[in-house]
Design a protein around this ligand. Structure first.
Ligand code: MIG
Length: 782
């Protein structure tokens, strides 16, 4: 008895260390530096508890990978680049290693192991927190960083909250969250990239990890440190050292890709609503736009176009002959966009289901049972978009839609979403040959669905540009798709927050974005609708959308006066198209957004982060937009340094001032920067309609001039990639009183044969000047 007690006690203690004691819940620290060696493009180090690799991508982009025992195969859905340079010097001393590039220094402190990023002049850009740098809690890895006294944080994509995210914390886990508030987190997209600003310095960090991640910008840390964590996987981040927000965005989009030119028609006004059916309703909607002379380019088909919500089908009674219907719409100047959801209805005989089963394209549980979730069609299986075969198959399924004339594809519910919103993490994915589970695949599901849609429809459209829209995404989504900010509500708060979501996505590499104009859930008042539309004119993606069973939200639904106002707003959008298209081109080239938070151009001016002014943004180079709630008829505006003109009145304002301006519903406070060049075309009803061949060039007097690259191409194909475009530089120098037009470049014939120069802000006023048959390179003096 005693013996057996002793025996079991001994056994218990032998067994315990393995079974229980080893489950150590205290954090693991990275430990001290042990050794290093050179690897391609950088170095690899060993610390007490981890392996660390630091690689040079470009002089201003450095990658850090930290793993506990060994590195995983190098694989990323976000990054499209390989290391492109080497450190110019690697020096070891007793207590540190110093790696140099022409634009940055990386200093590795040995005991304890900490990584510092410095400017070439050795100012600290960002460094790990001294008390604890990189740590693990179970599989969760965290990187703690020193918080500078004046440090601000911007970016992180589609996130609610203020422009400066200091003191906030966020989770990245794509979520279907209708009627989200202005505090809700997370929303639909995960963009684990932010920019830090302090001491007149800037840096950026992109955490390339698609597990659930957490970013804490000094929330609840008593201002001691900020940190980011990933639930699992490597600590794999890119550090951007350029000393400007614009430079960092350029580098981030170099790494993760930029937007290709979208079809020109997708920059027009887009009309959507959940519930446009049957065909007769769609046709009467289309006719109304033309009868009422309200410009519009796009009509959407939400889920009701399908037969029992089966993707790639049409409802036989509601839309008996889609090809004929869309041909009629095309003839009237409209383009058709249809929604697609990932869930494939379980229904033997339905070809997408049959093929998916036959070719093993759907995700499964361990052991092989197919995952089933409920969505609109009822019980569904879900394509594994992280598998090449699935993406190819998915892309080819659009054939029938393309044959019917559809040119736009709206990817919804791809967080992915299923009723209950709790798809088990145990579900398995191919991850392009790196098998994993939903825990790692969830945040890239929308990205890879959009990729499959983009690549497939691009092929099917035979050289024409598809328009792709998505709700969910991850870093890199800009390569495939425009993004809208999901199911917002018809409230004043959402109007203003929608602006910040748009500009925050812009900081994070996504240019082609915007909220549902008018609000999706609920019903806007006439005032809210008009105000929202007026901001929409200056939003890259301009779509009016609303939920089923809400009040009508078309531009004519708020009475005759409102209709007149709405028309004039949409008219302005169409007048601006040469400007907007040129800005899209600039964005496709540089990655800089079209709608730019003032934090991009006025980074170190604390005023722009003030809650009163944080919604203000630049639309392209020339316009400053000050969004206003519809309840206010006056607005306090901050005009940054320089000189500004109210666009509607021409009234001049000195910069660096706070002014109270009138903000009637038909007159959003929009300002033009002195010295700007703004091309405007005549009003057209849809983008394919030729504008008047005289292009207005508006020139705003100022101490400094500017240069504008006027860009045109066919708006339809990818021939611009081979030089089929028309580029013309225009330089305006108000102090020299000259305007210079470069020769045109490229072999696309411009739509415009003459320019009308229209001068603003000159005393005495200057008459217009018309340049007929615009000559090759010319300097005009005035
Ligand atoms: O469960 O397709 O965000 O724009 O109208 C809702 C119906 C599904 C959500 C989208 C919304 C769309 C709606 N969809």
């Amino acid at each position: 008895m005693v013996r057996s007690f002793i025996l079991s006690a001994i056994l218990f203690f032998i067994w315990l260390p393995e079974g229980i004691l080893q489950h150590d819940t205290s954090p693991d620290l990275i430990g001290d530096f042990r050794s290093w060696k050179r690897v391609d493009h950088g170095i690899q180090m060993k610390t007490g508890n981890a392996l660390v690799r630091i690689l040079c991508y470009t002089p201003s982009v450095v990658r850090v990978r930290i793993a506990r025992e060994s590195f995983e195969p190098d694989f990323s859905y976000a990054v499209i680049r390989e290391p492109d340079c080497s450190f110019t010097s690697i020096k070891e001393t007793e207590d540190q290693l110093l790696l140099l590039t022409p634009e940055m220094a990386v200093q590795v402190q040995k005991t304890p192991f900490r990584v510092y990023f410095l400017t070439p002049g050795r100012q600290v850009l960002s460094e790990e927190f001294t008390d604890f740098g990189v740590t693990w809690l179970g599989n969760e890895v965290s990187c703690h960083r020193r918080l500078f006294a004046d440090e601000k944080f911007i970016g992180l994509g589609e996130k609610t909250g203020p422009l400066d995210r200091r003191g906030q914390a966020y989770v990245n886990w794509n979520r279907d969250i209708p009627a989200y508030s202005d505090k809700e987190d997370p929303l639909y997209q995960s963009i684990p990239f932010f920019i830090g600003i302090h001491d007149s310095l800037t840096y950026g960090i992109f955490l390339d990890n698609s597990y659930k991640t957490l970013f804490n910008f000094g929330a609840s840390t008593d201002d001691l440190f900020s940190f980011f964590s990933a639930e699992n996987g490597e600590l794999d981040y890119y550090f951007f050292g350029k000393n400007s927000v614009a430079g960092i965005i350029e580098d981030y989009t170099w790494l993760t890709g930029r937007m290709p030119m979208p079809p020109f028609w997708s920059l027009g006004y887009q009309q959507c609503r959940w519930g446009y059916y049957p065909e007769s309703e769609v046709m009467s909607l289309a006719r109304k736009f033309r009868d009422k002379q309200i410009p519009c380019d796009v009509i959407y088909f939400d889920i009701d176009y399908m037969d029992s919500y089966k993707i790639f089908t049409w409802h036989p009674d509601r839309f008996p002959d889609p090809r004929r219907m869309i041909a009629t719409l095309n003839g009237m100047g409209f383009h058709a966009v249809v929604i697609v959801d990932p869930g494939i209805k379980i229904e033997p005989g339905y070809s997408a289901y049959d093929q998916g089963i036959a070719s093993d394209l759907f995700v499964k549980y361990p052991g092989g049972r197919l995952y089933t979730g409920n969505v609109w069609p009822g019980r569904c299986h879900f394509p594994d978009f992280t598998k090449d075969a699935t993406r190819l198959w998915w892309g080819s399924q659009f054939q029938t839609l393309v044959d019917a004339g559809v040119e736009g594809f709206w990817n919804d519910m791809n967080e992915p979403s299923a009723w209950g919103q709790s798809i088990p993490n145990i579900v398995e994915f191919d991850f392009d040959g790196h098998p994993t589970t939903m825990a790692e695949a969830h945040n890239v599901y929308g990205l890879e669905m959009s990729r499959a849609t983009f690549e497939g429809t691009r092929k099917l459209l035979k050289g024409e540009r598809p328009f792709i829209l998505t709700r969910a995404g991850f870093s890199g989504i800009q390569r495939y798709s425009a993004v809208w900010s999901g199911d917002n509500s018809s409230t004043e708060a959402d109007l203003l927050q929608g602006v910040r979501l748009t500009t925050s996505m812009g900081i994070s590499g996504i240019s082609f974005t915007g909220p549902d104009i008018g609000g999706f859930i609920g019903s806007p008042s006439k005032e809210l609708f008009l105000r929202w539309l007026s901001v929409g004119v200056f939003t890259p993606f301009l779509r009016n959308h609303s939920v089923v069973n809400s009040r009508d939200q078309e531009p004519w639904s708020f009475g005759e006066d409102a209709e007149i106002t709405a028309r004039s707003m949409i008219d302005l959008r169409y007048r601006l198209l040469p400007y907007i298209y040129s800005m899209f081109h600039a964005s496709a080239m540089s990655g800089l957004p079209v709608a730019r938070s003032l934090a991009i151009n006025y980074t170190f001016n604390p005023m722009i982060y003030d809650w009163k002014y944080q919604n203000q943004y630049l639309f392209g180079d020339a316009f400053l937009i000050a969004p206003v709630s519809s309840e206010q008829q006056f607005q306090k505006v901050y005009l940054p340094a320089g000189f500004w003109y109210r666009y509607s009145t021409g009234e001049a304002f000195p910069g660096n001032t706070e002014v109270i301006v009138e903000a009637l519903l038909n007159d959003l406070p929009v300002f033009v920067k002195a010295g700007s060049i703004v091309p405007l075309q005549s009003v057209i009803q849809f983008t394919e309609q030729p504008p008047d061949p005289v292009l207005e060039i508006h020139l705003f007097n100022g101490n400094h001039g500017s240069e504008f690259l006027l860009y045109e191409d066919d708006g339809v194909t990818y021939r611009y990639e081979e030089g089929n475009y028309c580029k013309r530089k225009i330089r305006f120098d108000p102090s020299e009183r000259t305007i210079w037009f470069s020769q045109t470049e490229g072999d696309f014939p411009s739509k415009f044969s003459s320019f009308r120069l229209i001068f603003h802000g000159f005393e005495p006023p200057m008459p217009d000047r018309v340049l007929q048959n615009i000559p090759e390179e010319i300097v005009i003096t005035f």
